[in-house]
Design a protein around this ligand. Sequence first.
Ligand code: F6R
Length: 243
Amino acid sequence: MLNIIKVSNEEQFNEVGAGIIAGLLQTNPRAILGLATGSTPVGVYAHLIELYKKGLVSFAQATSYNLDEYIGLASDHPESYRRFMNEKLFNHVDIDLRNTYVPDGTASNPEQAAQEYTRMLDAAGRIDLQFLGIGHNGHIGFNEPADELHATTHVVALKEDTRQANARFFNSIDEVPTHAMTMGIASILKSKQILLMAKGESKAEVLARALTGPLTTQCPASLLQTHPNVVIVVDQAAGGMLK
Ligand code: F6R
């Protein structure tokens, strides 16, 4: 079931997204969160920090698993997803950093580290709420369009368009890592609920393809159509091509 919420401005976008995450933590303080990085969640996390400061939400008993991480960036590299999470959310709320997990992009054996991440996820049980953004090519996490998709956490070669899209955060495209580690599609779909957020006109076409087009591994987000509980929050621009 896809439930689409169209909001009219950036503030509402962040409020609605943060409200969904905070609402879960209010009813289930021990919730397991699946978290995303990128530009989409930044304002959502900022709003969550505000809610925390007002005493409206606590992360003290929560656990989080991030979707993905670049391979080869140290955890304190300005563009590593671990550092992003610490700076944009974790350092400003009461979450216990020991309960926050991000795939280890510095592991000497990334394949083994990916398997270890899958083992941890399996041991944790099901993620209560998985937060997702969507790539212009339809990727979720770093599950890139391909003939075949992986079920669990794995190492992936980033597509050129993904590296180019993310080059805005680096000094040059050459600095963008070529590989990442990402949760797989089955791990994402196993979550009890999924929150997909997208804003801006540049996401309109891929959102329409993902949500109303055929199921295809060439648009990994299209597989979300098989999930029983997906909430999609879009602004007017991103939702412009949805019926
Ligand atoms: C990030 C992630 C990616 C992004 C996607 C959209 O952890 O898994 O799938 O969600 O690339 O990125 P933004 O939000 O920067 O448009």
